[in-house]
Design a protein around this ligand. Structure first.
Ligand code: PLP
Length: 383
Protein backbone atom coordinates (compact mmCIF):
# COMPACT_ATOMS: atom_id res chain seq x y z
CA UNK A 1 0.00 0.00 0.00
CA UNK A 2 2.11 2.82 -1.29
CA UNK A 3 1.19 6.45 -1.04
CA UNK A 4 1.99 7.83 -4.45
CA UNK A 5 3.24 11.30 -5.14
CA UNK A 6 0.79 13.99 -6.09
CA UNK A 7 3.07 14.59 -9.08
CA UNK A 8 2.69 11.20 -10.69
CA UNK A 9 -1.07 11.41 -10.14
CA UNK A 10 -1.20 14.40 -12.50
CA UNK A 11 -0.68 12.27 -15.60
CA UNK A 12 -2.42 9.36 -17.27
CA UNK A 13 -0.69 6.54 -19.12
CA UNK A 14 -0.27 7.35 -22.79
CA UNK A 15 -3.71 7.23 -24.44
CA UNK A 16 -2.24 5.27 -27.32
CA UNK A 17 -1.75 2.36 -24.93
CA UNK A 18 -5.43 1.41 -24.89
CA UNK A 19 -5.34 0.90 -28.64
CA UNK A 20 -2.06 -0.96 -28.77
CA UNK A 21 -3.19 -3.23 -25.91
CA UNK A 22 -6.35 -4.00 -27.83
CA UNK A 23 -4.28 -4.68 -30.98
CA UNK A 24 -2.03 -7.09 -29.07
CA UNK A 25 -5.02 -8.87 -27.52
CA UNK A 26 -6.62 -9.37 -30.94
CA UNK A 27 -3.34 -10.58 -32.41
CA UNK A 28 -2.94 -13.04 -29.55
CA UNK A 29 -6.38 -14.39 -30.54
CA UNK A 30 -5.00 -15.01 -34.03
CA UNK A 31 -6.50 -11.92 -35.72
CA UNK A 32 -4.56 -10.10 -38.44
CA UNK A 33 -4.46 -6.46 -37.33
CA UNK A 34 -3.12 -3.72 -39.62
CA UNK A 35 -1.32 -1.61 -37.07
CA UNK A 36 -1.21 2.02 -38.17
CA UNK A 37 -0.88 3.27 -34.60
CA UNK A 38 2.86 3.09 -34.10
CA UNK A 39 5.15 6.06 -34.65
CA UNK A 40 8.14 4.03 -35.75
CA UNK A 41 9.65 3.66 -39.24
CA UNK A 42 9.34 0.07 -40.47
CA UNK A 43 12.83 0.01 -42.03
CA UNK A 44 15.89 -1.67 -40.52
CA UNK A 45 18.55 0.65 -39.09
CA UNK A 46 21.04 1.41 -41.93
CA UNK A 47 23.79 -1.19 -42.05
CA UNK A 48 26.71 1.24 -41.66
CA UNK A 49 25.22 2.46 -38.36
CA UNK A 50 24.76 -1.08 -37.04
CA UNK A 51 28.35 -1.88 -38.05
CA UNK A 52 29.65 1.24 -36.27
CA UNK A 53 27.95 0.12 -33.05
CA UNK A 54 29.48 -3.38 -33.37
CA UNK A 55 32.91 -1.89 -34.04
CA UNK A 56 32.55 0.41 -31.04
CA UNK A 57 31.64 -2.52 -28.79
CA UNK A 58 34.58 -4.53 -30.12
CA UNK A 59 36.84 -1.55 -29.47
CA UNK A 60 35.71 -1.58 -25.84
CA UNK A 61 33.47 1.50 -25.84
CA UNK A 62 31.26 -0.02 -23.19
CA UNK A 63 31.83 2.14 -20.12
CA UNK A 64 30.26 5.39 -18.97
CA UNK A 65 31.03 8.40 -21.14
CA UNK A 66 31.26 11.98 -19.98
CA UNK A 67 27.77 12.90 -18.91
CA UNK A 68 26.83 15.24 -21.76
CA UNK A 69 28.17 12.86 -24.41
CA UNK A 70 31.34 11.85 -26.24
CA UNK A 71 33.17 14.81 -27.81
CA UNK A 72 33.03 13.34 -31.35
CA UNK A 73 29.24 13.12 -31.26
CA UNK A 74 28.71 16.51 -29.63
CA UNK A 75 30.96 18.02 -32.31
CA UNK A 76 29.14 16.15 -35.11
CA UNK A 77 25.80 17.40 -33.75
CA UNK A 78 27.07 21.00 -33.48
CA UNK A 79 28.33 20.79 -37.04
CA UNK A 80 25.02 19.39 -38.22
CA UNK A 81 23.16 22.22 -36.49
CA UNK A 82 25.49 24.80 -38.02
CA UNK A 83 24.45 23.30 -41.36
CA UNK A 84 20.88 24.26 -40.36
CA UNK A 85 22.03 27.83 -39.71
CA UNK A 86 21.96 27.44 -35.91
CA UNK A 87 25.08 28.84 -34.29
CA UNK A 88 26.11 25.82 -32.22
CA UNK A 89 29.19 24.67 -30.32
CA UNK A 90 29.84 21.17 -29.03
CA UNK A 91 29.61 22.30 -25.39
CA UNK A 92 26.06 23.57 -25.99
CA UNK A 93 24.83 20.03 -26.63
CA UNK A 94 23.58 17.31 -24.27
CA UNK A 95 23.33 13.83 -25.80
CA UNK A 96 20.37 11.97 -24.32
CA UNK A 97 18.79 8.50 -24.45
CA UNK A 98 16.15 9.63 -26.99
CA UNK A 99 14.65 12.98 -27.87
CA UNK A 100 12.04 12.30 -25.19
CA UNK A 101 14.61 12.53 -22.42
CA UNK A 102 15.95 15.76 -23.96
CA UNK A 103 12.44 17.22 -23.79
CA UNK A 104 11.90 15.96 -20.24
CA UNK A 105 15.12 17.55 -19.05
CA UNK A 106 14.23 20.82 -20.76
CA UNK A 107 10.79 21.07 -19.12
CA UNK A 108 12.23 20.16 -15.73
CA UNK A 109 14.95 22.77 -16.14
CA UNK A 110 12.69 25.66 -17.17
CA UNK A 111 9.28 25.11 -15.59
CA UNK A 112 8.23 25.72 -12.00
CA UNK A 113 4.79 25.33 -10.44
CA UNK A 114 2.31 27.58 -12.22
CA UNK A 115 4.62 28.61 -15.07
CA UNK A 116 2.74 29.07 -18.30
CA UNK A 117 3.51 26.86 -21.30
CA UNK A 118 1.79 27.26 -24.68
CA UNK A 119 1.17 24.28 -26.97
CA UNK A 120 -0.03 24.26 -30.56
CA UNK A 121 -2.78 21.64 -30.93
CA UNK A 122 -2.91 18.94 -32.13
CA UNK A 123 0.22 18.33 -30.08
CA UNK A 124 2.24 15.21 -29.43
CA UNK A 125 0.91 13.43 -26.31
CA UNK A 126 3.97 13.66 -24.12
CA UNK A 127 4.33 17.48 -24.11
CA UNK A 128 1.25 17.85 -21.92
CA UNK A 129 2.36 15.09 -19.56
CA UNK A 130 5.85 16.56 -19.24
CA UNK A 131 4.49 20.05 -18.54
CA UNK A 132 2.17 18.67 -15.85
CA UNK A 133 4.97 16.67 -14.25
CA UNK A 134 6.98 19.89 -14.04
CA UNK A 135 3.98 21.70 -12.47
CA UNK A 136 3.40 24.06 -15.40
CA UNK A 137 0.03 25.38 -16.49
CA UNK A 138 -1.06 24.92 -20.10
CA UNK A 139 -2.53 27.24 -22.68
CA UNK A 140 -3.30 25.91 -26.12
CA UNK A 141 -3.90 27.22 -29.62
CA UNK A 142 -5.96 25.01 -31.94
CA UNK A 143 -4.60 24.58 -35.46
CA UNK A 144 -7.17 21.92 -36.45
CA UNK A 145 -9.63 24.56 -37.65
CA UNK A 146 -6.94 25.93 -39.97
CA UNK A 147 -6.03 22.67 -41.72
CA UNK A 148 -3.23 22.29 -39.16
CA UNK A 149 -1.43 25.36 -40.52
CA UNK A 150 0.15 27.93 -38.28
CA UNK A 151 0.02 31.21 -40.31
CA UNK A 152 -3.78 31.49 -40.12
CA UNK A 153 -3.57 30.92 -36.35
CA UNK A 154 -0.90 33.54 -35.66
CA UNK A 155 -3.47 36.07 -34.45
CA UNK A 156 -4.84 33.53 -31.98
CA UNK A 157 -1.32 32.76 -30.88
CA UNK A 158 -0.73 36.49 -30.38
CA UNK A 159 -3.88 36.64 -28.22
CA UNK A 160 -2.78 33.62 -26.20
CA UNK A 161 0.80 34.51 -25.33
CA UNK A 162 1.71 37.33 -22.98
CA UNK A 163 4.58 38.44 -20.79
CA UNK A 164 3.38 35.69 -18.43
CA UNK A 165 4.23 33.00 -20.97
CA UNK A 166 7.42 31.23 -20.12
CA UNK A 167 7.72 28.63 -22.84
CA UNK A 168 6.22 27.79 -26.23
CA UNK A 169 6.55 24.40 -27.91
CA UNK A 170 6.86 24.17 -31.70
CA UNK A 171 7.02 20.81 -33.49
CA UNK A 172 7.58 20.95 -37.24
CA UNK A 173 7.23 18.61 -39.09
CA UNK A 174 4.45 17.68 -36.71
CA UNK A 175 3.39 14.55 -34.98
CA UNK A 176 0.39 13.97 -35.31
CA UNK A 177 -0.60 16.16 -38.28
CA UNK A 178 2.32 15.89 -40.71
CA UNK A 179 2.14 19.68 -41.02
CA UNK A 180 5.31 21.62 -41.76
CA UNK A 181 5.30 25.26 -40.69
CA UNK A 182 6.18 27.84 -43.33
CA UNK A 183 9.02 30.32 -42.82
CA UNK A 184 6.39 33.03 -42.51
CA UNK A 185 4.74 31.16 -39.65
CA UNK A 186 8.07 30.59 -37.91
CA UNK A 187 8.89 34.28 -38.27
CA UNK A 188 5.53 35.03 -36.65
CA UNK A 189 6.52 32.80 -33.73
CA UNK A 190 9.87 34.56 -33.53
CA UNK A 191 8.24 38.02 -33.39
CA UNK A 192 5.97 36.99 -30.51
CA UNK A 193 8.75 35.19 -28.65
CA UNK A 194 10.97 38.27 -28.87
CA UNK A 195 8.15 40.67 -27.96
CA UNK A 196 7.18 38.74 -24.81
CA UNK A 197 10.59 37.29 -24.01
CA UNK A 198 9.48 33.66 -24.34
CA UNK A 199 11.73 30.61 -24.52
CA UNK A 200 10.86 28.23 -27.36
CA UNK A 201 11.34 24.50 -27.67
CA UNK A 202 11.76 23.54 -31.32
CA UNK A 203 11.23 19.79 -31.63
CA UNK A 204 12.77 18.96 -35.02
CA UNK A 205 12.83 15.19 -34.74
CA UNK A 206 11.08 14.75 -38.14
CA UNK A 207 13.22 17.31 -39.98
CA UNK A 208 14.68 14.81 -42.45
CA UNK A 209 11.23 13.60 -43.51
CA UNK A 210 9.68 16.37 -45.65
CA UNK A 211 7.90 16.19 -49.00
CA UNK A 212 7.23 18.08 -52.21
CA UNK A 213 10.69 19.62 -52.06
CA UNK A 214 9.80 21.39 -48.80
CA UNK A 215 12.96 22.42 -46.93
CA UNK A 216 12.97 22.31 -43.15
CA UNK A 217 13.87 25.55 -41.35
CA UNK A 218 15.37 25.42 -37.87
CA UNK A 219 13.65 27.95 -35.64
CA UNK A 220 16.93 28.60 -33.85
CA UNK A 221 18.45 29.90 -37.10
CA UNK A 222 16.11 32.93 -37.17
CA UNK A 223 17.40 36.32 -36.03
CA UNK A 224 16.46 36.87 -32.41
CA UNK A 225 16.00 33.17 -31.65
CA UNK A 226 19.57 32.18 -30.90
CA UNK A 227 19.41 32.93 -27.18
CA UNK A 228 15.89 31.63 -26.57
CA UNK A 229 15.64 28.39 -28.56
CA UNK A 230 16.10 24.88 -27.26
CA UNK A 231 16.47 22.64 -30.30
CA UNK A 232 15.44 19.03 -29.76
CA UNK A 233 16.31 16.28 -32.16
CA UNK A 234 16.96 12.57 -32.23
CA UNK A 235 17.97 9.58 -34.29
CA UNK A 236 14.80 7.47 -33.94
CA UNK A 237 12.89 8.73 -36.95
CA UNK A 238 15.47 9.89 -39.52
CA UNK A 239 17.68 6.82 -39.12
CA UNK A 240 15.08 4.27 -38.04
CA UNK A 241 16.74 3.88 -34.65
CA UNK A 242 13.78 3.97 -32.23
CA UNK A 243 15.10 1.21 -30.01
CA UNK A 244 18.63 2.58 -29.79
CA UNK A 245 17.48 5.53 -27.68
CA UNK A 246 19.58 8.42 -28.90
CA UNK A 247 18.70 12.10 -29.08
CA UNK A 248 19.95 15.49 -28.02
CA UNK A 249 19.19 19.02 -27.02
CA UNK A 250 21.01 22.16 -28.04
CA UNK A 251 20.64 25.39 -26.08
CA UNK A 252 22.67 28.36 -24.83
CA UNK A 253 25.32 27.25 -22.35
CA UNK A 254 23.57 28.58 -19.22
CA UNK A 255 20.68 26.19 -19.87
CA UNK A 256 23.08 23.36 -20.63
CA UNK A 257 24.77 23.88 -17.25
CA UNK A 258 21.44 23.56 -15.42
CA UNK A 259 19.98 20.70 -17.51
CA UNK A 260 23.32 18.92 -17.26
CA UNK A 261 22.76 18.57 -13.50
CA UNK A 262 19.49 16.70 -14.08
CA UNK A 263 21.14 14.63 -16.78
CA UNK A 264 24.06 13.58 -14.59
CA UNK A 265 21.80 12.70 -11.64
CA UNK A 266 19.29 10.72 -13.73
CA UNK A 267 20.65 8.90 -16.78
CA UNK A 268 24.38 9.63 -16.25
CA UNK A 269 24.96 9.41 -20.00
CA UNK A 270 23.57 7.93 -23.21
CA UNK A 271 24.83 4.43 -24.10
CA UNK A 272 28.48 4.58 -25.08
CA UNK A 273 28.57 2.47 -28.26
CA UNK A 274 25.23 3.91 -29.36
CA UNK A 275 26.81 7.36 -29.28
CA UNK A 276 29.59 6.08 -31.56
CA UNK A 277 26.91 4.76 -33.93
CA UNK A 278 25.35 8.23 -33.78
CA UNK A 279 28.55 9.75 -35.19
CA UNK A 280 28.29 7.36 -38.15
CA UNK A 281 24.57 8.14 -38.58
CA UNK A 282 25.34 11.84 -38.98
CA UNK A 283 28.03 11.18 -41.57
CA UNK A 284 27.42 11.58 -45.32
CA UNK A 285 27.60 7.81 -45.61
CA UNK A 286 24.02 7.55 -44.37
CA UNK A 287 22.54 10.25 -46.62
CA UNK A 288 21.47 7.95 -49.46
CA UNK A 289 19.67 5.52 -47.15
CA UNK A 290 17.90 8.37 -45.36
CA UNK A 291 16.79 9.71 -48.75
CA UNK A 292 15.50 6.27 -49.81
CA UNK A 293 13.38 6.05 -46.66
CA UNK A 294 12.09 9.60 -47.17
CA UNK A 295 11.09 8.78 -50.74
CA UNK A 296 9.31 5.64 -49.58
CA UNK A 297 7.31 7.66 -47.03
CA UNK A 298 6.43 10.23 -49.69
CA UNK A 299 5.22 7.47 -52.04
CA UNK A 300 3.08 5.98 -49.29
CA UNK A 301 1.63 9.37 -48.47
CA UNK A 302 0.66 9.92 -52.10
CA UNK A 303 -0.87 6.47 -52.32
CA UNK A 304 -2.86 6.88 -49.10
CA UNK A 305 -4.17 10.33 -50.04
CA UNK A 306 -5.32 8.94 -53.43
CA UNK A 307 -6.91 5.83 -51.94
CA UNK A 308 -8.81 7.90 -49.39
CA UNK A 309 -9.94 10.32 -52.11
CA UNK A 310 -11.44 7.35 -53.97
CA UNK A 311 -13.66 6.93 -50.92
CA UNK A 312 -14.44 10.67 -50.84
CA UNK A 313 -12.29 11.22 -47.78
CA UNK A 314 -10.42 14.52 -47.90
CA UNK A 315 -7.42 14.91 -45.64
CA UNK A 316 -5.03 17.77 -44.97
CA UNK A 317 -2.15 16.48 -47.11
CA UNK A 318 0.90 15.98 -44.87
CA UNK A 319 4.09 17.81 -45.84
CA UNK A 320 6.32 15.82 -43.55
CA UNK A 321 6.74 13.12 -40.87
CA UNK A 322 4.72 9.93 -41.49
CA UNK A 323 1.35 10.73 -39.96
CA UNK A 324 -1.96 11.95 -41.26
CA UNK A 325 -5.14 13.02 -39.53
CA UNK A 326 -8.24 11.23 -40.76
CA UNK A 327 -11.49 13.09 -40.09
CA UNK A 328 -13.81 10.68 -38.23
CA UNK A 329 -16.86 10.88 -35.91
CA UNK A 330 -16.97 13.33 -33.02
CA UNK A 331 -16.40 10.40 -30.71
CA UNK A 332 -13.00 9.49 -32.12
CA UNK A 333 -12.27 7.13 -29.22
CA UNK A 334 -15.34 5.02 -30.11
CA UNK A 335 -14.44 5.22 -33.84
CA UNK A 336 -10.92 3.92 -33.17
CA UNK A 337 -12.15 1.15 -30.88
CA UNK A 338 -14.73 0.15 -33.47
CA UNK A 339 -12.24 0.28 -36.34
CA UNK A 340 -9.91 -2.07 -34.55
CA UNK A 341 -12.66 -4.44 -33.38
CA UNK A 342 -14.56 -4.62 -36.69
CA UNK A 343 -12.03 -3.76 -39.42
CA UNK A 344 -8.92 -4.83 -37.50
CA UNK A 345 -7.20 -1.55 -38.28
CA UNK A 346 -5.41 0.18 -35.40
CA UNK A 347 -5.20 3.99 -35.32
CA UNK A 348 -4.84 6.51 -32.50
CA UNK A 349 -7.77 8.70 -31.40
CA UNK A 350 -7.21 12.39 -32.14
CA UNK A 351 -8.27 13.24 -28.57
CA UNK A 352 -4.93 11.88 -27.44
CA UNK A 353 -3.46 14.93 -29.20
CA UNK A 354 -6.25 17.28 -28.10
CA UNK A 355 -7.85 16.93 -31.55
CA UNK A 356 -11.20 15.17 -31.11
CA UNK A 357 -12.94 14.17 -34.32
CA UNK A 358 -9.82 12.73 -35.92
CA UNK A 359 -7.86 9.51 -35.94
CA UNK A 360 -4.12 9.58 -36.45
CA UNK A 361 -2.82 7.21 -39.09
CA UNK A 362 0.86 6.36 -39.15
CA UNK A 363 1.86 5.35 -42.66
CA UNK A 364 5.16 3.86 -41.60
CA UNK A 365 3.77 0.60 -43.01
CA UNK A 366 4.10 -1.11 -46.39
CA UNK A 367 1.95 -0.01 -49.32
CA UNK A 368 0.30 -3.41 -49.28
CA UNK A 369 -0.75 -3.03 -45.64
CA UNK A 370 -1.94 0.53 -46.21
CA UNK A 371 -4.09 -0.63 -49.14
CA UNK A 372 -5.46 -3.44 -46.96
CA UNK A 373 -6.29 -0.94 -44.19
CA UNK A 374 -8.25 1.35 -46.51
CA UNK A 375 -10.13 -1.59 -48.01
CA UNK A 376 -11.09 -2.91 -44.60
CA UNK A 377 -12.17 0.51 -43.30
CA UNK A 378 -14.34 0.98 -46.38
CA UNK A 379 -15.78 -2.52 -46.18
CA UNK A 380 -16.88 -1.94 -42.59
CA UNK A 381 -18.22 1.55 -43.34
CA UNK A 382 -15.64 3.41 -41.29
CA UNK A 383 -14.83 5.62 -44.29
N1 PLP B 1 9.10 14.34 -30.38
C1 PLP B 1 8.11 13.90 -31.15
C2 PLP B 1 7.21 14.88 -31.81
C3 PLP B 1 7.89 12.52 -31.32
O1 PLP B 1 6.90 12.09 -32.10
C4 PLP B 1 8.75 11.61 -30.64
C5 PLP B 1 8.52 10.16 -30.73
O2 PLP B 1 7.48 9.67 -31.07
C6 PLP B 1 9.78 12.14 -29.86
C7 PLP B 1 9.93 13.50 -29.75
C8 PLP B 1 10.73 11.27 -29.09
O3 PLP B 1 11.39 10.32 -29.81
P1 PLP B 1 12.65 9.54 -29.23
O4 PLP B 1 12.60 9.63 -27.75
O5 PLP B 1 12.50 8.16 -29.73
O6 PLP B 1 13.85 10.24 -29.78
Amino acid sequence: NFEFSERVGRVEPSATLAISNLASELEAQGEDVVDLSVGAPDFPTPENIVQAAKDAMDAGHTGYTSSNGIPELKEAIAEKLRGNGVSAEADEVIVTPGGKQALYETFQTLIDDGDEVVLLDPAWVSYEAMVKLAGGSLKRVDLAQHDFRLEPALDELADTVSDETKLLVVNSPSNPTGGVFSDEALEGVRDLAVEHDIAVISDEIYERITYDGFEHTSLGSLDGMEDRTITINGFSKAFSMTGWRLGYLHAPSDLIAQAGKLHSHSVSCAVNFVQHAGVEALSERTDDTVEEMREAFEGRRDMLVDLLAEHDVDVAVPKGAFYMMLPVDDDDQAWCEGAIQDAKVATVPGSAFNAPGYARISYAASEERLREAVERLAEHDYI
